[in-house]
Design a binder for this molecule. Structure first.
Ligand code: FAD
Length: 475
């Protein structure tokens, strides 16, 4: 490696070591490319997902659910007394989980021959990036660059993040004291996941949503099941409500909000603002290349993840919705294939989405409401978990599996699950949609009994009018 101001050279440089970036770099190396990856987070590789998102949040959600269910086990013959939540210990455990996984990613990069450089990258041209904050490498010259810089949280101008009382998901996942009163602004998946987790750990949670229902992107019959559970956990939900400003009152925050034209005041120790994320492009100096942004601020790419500058690719959160780790993984692999001469292209017909709420929600493909809005004639089959043996044995009889199929051909178009382990159930549906399966394929596949995936088979039978374990009158 050349030291100082002289640029080092590589075939491909990847900017960002999150799920998009590290997967792309490893696949490029596997395909014989010389790859350098630049990451600015001194913590190491893994991006938001591993360090501040998917993994720490799911670790804490898991533990909070254990704490909550241990309070309610007397009915099934297990008495647990004096439940005590040690938040500091919980954080230590979570950090251990994250650190181990991060080391795993770093080892994989090393083993595959990906050279990782720490520092913040910006484009000097479409052949060269400069790197700030690295004593050894000041610049890298490349043939192709892949931008995988992810996203950053959106702020409310009148409630700017201060890292202490007004926080983003990153700080919420590091709390080592449970806030007594927590206000969550935004009820997208992050708000719901984190609000539920902290309510289960003992916070008095209030949630504020500007729209008429929680979980704006999810069908009402699904979100209402989660809303009911939140209320059981003591969460107060304020709909059609916008936070306006805040002040301090007796050591607490006093948040002024407008709900249906009336001003209300909410008191909290901490305010968690989770109103969405935006593509992270600001420091990249893309103006030194031909790459351009779309109207939402994402880097414009074609189905090969190539930007308007043919030397520059973009993947993951910075390249468009949905902002999900598994979409970033797939785009990372795809960009690597394309750069290595493959004719691959990305088609997002079956990108599943999961919300680790209580109960969990997962969906993939076309939803019933969307089909209706688009005028697509569909068949729908809905099977409730209360009719499923396995759900009863798990004490989880709430929710349903819904399948949506093309009316004439029976080809599966979409699946929605709200209920136990929805996050695991959706993968069979994704595979079925990817493979062009029909309702009959799901119905005739022998599913082991008693298991939750039987719900998918049963929902397909309902759609075909042949349900055994659920009676619905013929229309
Ligand atoms: P990121 O993971 O954001 O990685 C980008 C990397 O680029 C970062 O490491 C950053 O430091 C680095 N970087 C940025 N700019 C530069 C620069 N100029 N130079 C060098 N390095 C740079 N998704 C799911 O699918 N499932 C979940 O359960 C889930 N839970 C989430 C929970 C939370 C609280 C949050 C915030 C997100 C969650 N997500 C989840 C979304 C998921 O984290 C993102 O979709 C995913 O991380 C995107 O991957 P990425 O590679 O595009 O970017």
């Amino acid at each position: 490696m050349v030291v100082g101001e002289v640029a080092v050279e590589t075939q491909v440089v990847v900017i960002g070591g999150g799920p998009g970036g590290y997967v792309c770099a490893i696949r490029l190396a596997q395909l014989g490319k010389q790859v350098m990856l630049v990451e600015k987070d001194p913590l190491g590789m893994g991006g938001i997902c591993l360090n501040h998102g998917c993994i720490p949040s799911k670790a804490l959600i898991h533990v909070s659910s254990l704490a909550d269910s241990s309070k309610h086990m007397a009915d099934i013959g297990i008495s647990v007394e004096n439940i005590h939540v040690d938040m500091k210990k919980m954080q230590l455990w979570k950090t251990g989980v994250v650190t181990n996984l991060r080391k795993g990613v770093e080892n994989l990069c090393k083993q595959n021959g990906v050279e990782v450089v720490f520092g913040e990258a910006h484009f000097e041209s479409n052949r060269r990036i400069g790197i700030a904050g690295n004593h050894d490498v000041a610049a890298i010259e490349f043939q192709q660059a892949v931008v995988a810089t992810g996203s950053v949280p959106i702020e409310i101008p009148s409630l700017k993040f201060n890292g202490n009382t007004i926080i983003s998901s990153t700080e919420a996942l590091q709390l080592d004291v449970i806030p007594k009163d927590l206000l969550v602004i935004g009820t997208g998946y992050n708000g719901i996941e984190m609000g539920t987790m902290l309510a289960k750990l003992g916070s008095k949670v209030k949630m504020l949503e500007k729209g008429p229902k929680i979980l704006p992107g999810v069908e009402a019959e699904v979100s209402s099941i989660v809303e009911r559970r939140l209320k059981e956990l003591g969460v107060e939900i304020y709909l059609n409500c916008m936070a306006e400003s805040y002040g301090e009152q007796n050591g607490k925050l006093s948040i002024k909000a407008i709900q249906e034209g009336k001003q209300i005041e909410l008191i909290a120790d901490k305010v968690l603002v989770v109103i969405g994320r935006k593509p992270n492009v600001e420091s990249l100096r893309l103006m030194n290349t031909k790459a351009a942004l779309d109207e939402k601020g994402f880097i414009k790419v074609n189905e090969k993840m190539q930007s308007l500058d043919p030397r520059i690719y973009a993947i993951g959160d910075v390249a468009g919705n949905p902002m999900l780790a598994h979409k970033a993984f797939m785009e990372g692999k795809l960009a690597a294939q394309v750069i290595s001469g493959d004719e691959s292209a990305f088609h997002s017909r079956a990108v599943p989405a999961v919300i680790f709420s209580d109960p969990e929600i997962a969906y993939v493909g076309l939803m019933e409401k969307e089909a209706l809005e688009k005028g697509v004639k569909v068949k729908v089959g809905k099977f409730p978990f209360r009719a499923l043996g396995r759900a009863a044995t798990m004490e989880s009889p709430i929710g349903f599996v819904k399948v949506v199929a093309d009316f004439d051909s029976d080809v599966l178009l979409g699946v929605e699950v709200v209920g136990p382990n929805a996050s695991d159930l959706i993968s069979e549906a994704s595979l079925a949609i990817e493979m062009g399966a029909r309702l009959e394929d799901l119905a005739l596949t022998i599913h082991p009994h008693p298991t939750l995936p039987e719900g998918l088979m049963e929902a397909a039978e309902v759609a075909m009018g042949k349900a055994i374990h659920f009676y619905s009158k013929k229309s």
